[in-house]
Design a protein around this ligand. Structure first.
Ligand SMILES: *[C@@H]1O[C@H](CO)[C@@H](O)[C@H](O)[C@H]1NC(C)=O
Ligand SMILES: *[C@@H]1O[C@H](CO)[C@@H](O)[C@H](O)[C@H]1NC(C)=O
Ligand SMILES: *[C@@H]1O[C@H](CO)[C@@H](O)[C@H](O)[C@H]1NC(C)=O
Ligand SMILES: *[C@@H]1O[C@H](CO)[C@@H](O)[C@H](O)[C@H]1NC(C)=O
Ligand SMILES: *[C@@H]1O[C@H](CO)[C@@H](O)[C@H](O)[C@H]1NC(C)=O
Ligand SMILES: *[C@@H]1O[C@H](CO)[C@@H](O)[C@H](O)[C@H]1NC(C)=O
Length: 560
């Protein structure tokens, strides 16, 4: 067995050579373990590196999700400020929770690479930039956002993994699990197609073993693509608190003894027992046997100040002018613990046989999830449909996200009253029934329901207005919305997605795979951006709801 200090020295050597040659050792998964390309076992000795976004509590934010994000990997001054502290911590990886694919990440990524630090990057963004817990879909907009982020980061040698979700599936809302599997499947197949060795991960919320174990097996079983859906199962584990007993993880270890894919703690470092400062006595336990028989390290939470469930996390306070950092006792203790870690180097690469995959857990009262997963979102098919629809969503503001969600609910209710329905746009992870249009961008789903309603109202112009949020498409397919869906999307399938096209919501030609234009379809008026835009959207929706009553009235009258 190689000692940790030798390994660290060797790694440092590779890095110093690496920065002139230009590459960190590639890390890949062999069965349930990670190895560098020189054959050493690889462990994640990481830290969460993400400024907390703004959390607006309220009835539409029961999970207290932030609604904004800072792209720390695009903040070159911030990275330069923090790098010495990350090095002092002794981390070999950071986990970043959101990145903006249109920004420049070169300075930060190469500084991290030069310091031997890998990046685990969540592909998700706040709000609609992630698979939704309660109304999940795996759709073109989310796939394309993920692919754009991958395309932006793939050039860096220190991307270790891309996460397709963080805490999406919850103990009380499991129906998103098939969508996470579909996302992992499609991202894996895209990465294979561009010869990327990055791992595909997911970070799970912890919970009762009945939930976590079914979820873990569901993500590791073969859903028909010939292997595990996921490379890297992350568990956000806060079981160890303060000076916990060394036996704390024993139960977890035995549950995961035969887990077939790589696993790590995608977050750890509890504040629940108010240790103040945190001791990080779990670190030596996590990096020695028997933990290392199952787990490949973890990512401590977290570097920046953050508040979660009434507790304060964080180890580095940034000054108001963003130029300096003050660390705390958590930082000192974690640095001491991480720097004392000796990486275990068994089992040797190639010495273990491929572990067998678990059976996919079948649907039960405790795990009401279909084993059937949704198809690959198909931009071309959805674009074809968008062009053919008769009544098209025409957002009054570029920040239409809130409006779309609310309008879909209202439009489905209206369509139902006139004999239509929302089956085609729905996707149900509990039953495994996926409507053909369920994989399309929410704006296209909304247009699809608008069109049904308009057509069922015999193309009455008042039935395609939705308070000024819809316009008639005179070039629509005469077969109507459902006819267009069956010709554009005859048989949803699983395939390797290609680099994301540009989808232009709005009236007329909405789909153009070569245009580099943004949300600028006809009928889209300019509107304030950012927070004012969001308020604009809510305002527009209030207007829509007031006016829709009249539409319902006139529609009923029309039908009578
Ligand atoms: C990404 O950055 C660009 C340029 O600053 C900005 O216009 C855009 O809104 C950002 N995207 C997100 C999702 O924040
Ligand atoms: C707990 O485990 C660590 C790492 O193996 C060891 O250094 C420490 O002495 C153990 N503590 C106790 C109380 O056994
Ligand atoms: C400091 O950085 C944060 C993002 O991390 C940014 O929102 C803020 O405006 C910056 N403040 C100053 C004074 O530059
Ligand atoms: C989220 O909604 C905004 C409009 O509010 C839109 O610009 C963005 O593309 C959407 N993102 C996804 C992934 O659908
Ligand atoms: C559509 O709705 C808007 C806003 O309620 C209204 O001003 C406009 O007159 C309506 N257009 C038609 C054709 O009904
Ligand atoms: C698509 O975009 C390209 C480049 O902007 C443009 O030349 C072409 O005419 C567009 N095609 C359609 C069908 O709108």
């Amino acid at each position: 067995m190689r000692t940790g200090s030798t390994l660290l020295a060797a790694t440092a050597l590779i890095i110093s050579l690496g920065s002139s040659v230009g590459a960190l050792p590639k890390v890949s998964r062999v069965g349930k373990y990670l190895y560098t390309d020189s054959g050493n076992r690889f462990f994640i000795k990481g830290i969460g590196y993400q400024t907390q976004g703004i959390i607006v509590p309220g009835p539409d934010n029961v999970y207290n999700q932030p609604s904004t994000f800072v792209d720390n990997l695009a903040d070159s001054a911030g990275c330069a400020r923090d790098l010495p502290f990350l090095q002092k911590l002794g981390v070999n990886a950071i986990r970043a929770y959101s990145a903006n694919s249109s920004l420049d990440h070169d300075a930060c990524m190469s500084a991290l690479s030069d310091a031997g630090i890998y990046v685990i990057l969540d592909l998700t963004l706040p709000l609609n930039g992630s698979i939704d817990t309660t109304l999940p879909a795996w759709s073109t907009n989310t796939l394309d956002q993920y692919l754009r982020t991958i395309d932006t980061f793939e050039k860096y040698d220190n991307i270790l993994a891309y996460n397709v979700g963080n805490e999406v599936v919850s103990p009380t809302a499991t129906q998103s699990a098939p969508f996470i599997v579909a996302a992992a499947r499609d991202i894996r197949s895209y990465l294979n197609s561009i010869s990327s060795s990055a791992l595909v991960g997911y970070a799970a919320i912890d919970g009762p073993s009945s939930f976590v174990d079914d979820l873990a097996d569901y993500l590791a079983c073969d859903h028909g693509s010939g292997g595990a859906a996921l490379d890297l199962f992350g568990l956000n584990n806060y079981e160890w608190c303060g000076a916990a007993a060394n036996t704390t993880f024993n139960g977890l270890n035995s549950r995961y003894a035969d887990y077939p894919t790589a696993a790590y703690f995608s977050e750890f470092g509890s504040e629940n027992c108010n240790p103040n400062p945190r001791l990080w006595t779990e670190v030596p336990v996590m990096f020695s046997t028997p933990m290392t028989d199952v787990w490949s390290g973890g990512s401590a939470f977290g570097y920046f100040h953050a508040i979660s469930r009434g507790h304060e996390f964080g180890m580095a306070a940034v000054s108001a002018d963003n130029t300096t950092v003050t660390t705390n006792g958590d930082f000192d203790n974690l640095a001491a613990a991480y720097n004392a870690v000796t990486f275990v180097n068994t089992p040797a690469k190639g010495s273990t046989s491929a572990p067998s995959l678990p059976a996919c857990p079948s649907s039960s009262a405790g795990w009401p999830v279909s084993t059937k997963v949704p198809p690959t979102p198909d931009d071309a098919a959805c674009g074809c449909l968008a062009d053919a629809l008769s009544c098209v969503f025409s957002p009054p503001t570029p920040d239409y996200m809130i409006l779309v969600g609310d309008l879909i609910g209202v439009a489905c209710g209206l369509a139902d009253q006139v004999g239509g329905n929302c089956n085609d746009i729905s996707a149900n992870g509990a039953t495994g029934v996926y409507g053909a249009v369920g994989m399309c961008d929410p704006t296209i789903k909304l247009s699809y329901v608008f069109s049904q309603y308009y057509e069922l109202n015999h193309h009455a112009p008042t039935a395609c207005n939705f308070s000024g949020n819809a316009v008639i498409n005179t070039a629509a397919d005469v077969a109507g919305a459902q006819g267009a869906a069956s010709s554009c999307i005859p048989s949803p399938a699983v395939f390797t997605p290609s680099a994301p096209p540009v989808l232009i919501p709005g009236a007329g030609k909405k789909y153009n795979s070569t245009s580099s234009n943004g949300n600028s379809g006809a009928g889209v008026t300019s509107a304030p951006s950012g927070a004012t835009g969001a308020r604009g959207a809510r305002g527009a929706w209030v207007g829509a709801s007031a006016a829709l009553g009249c539409v319902v009235g006139s529609a009923l009258w029309t039908l009578v």
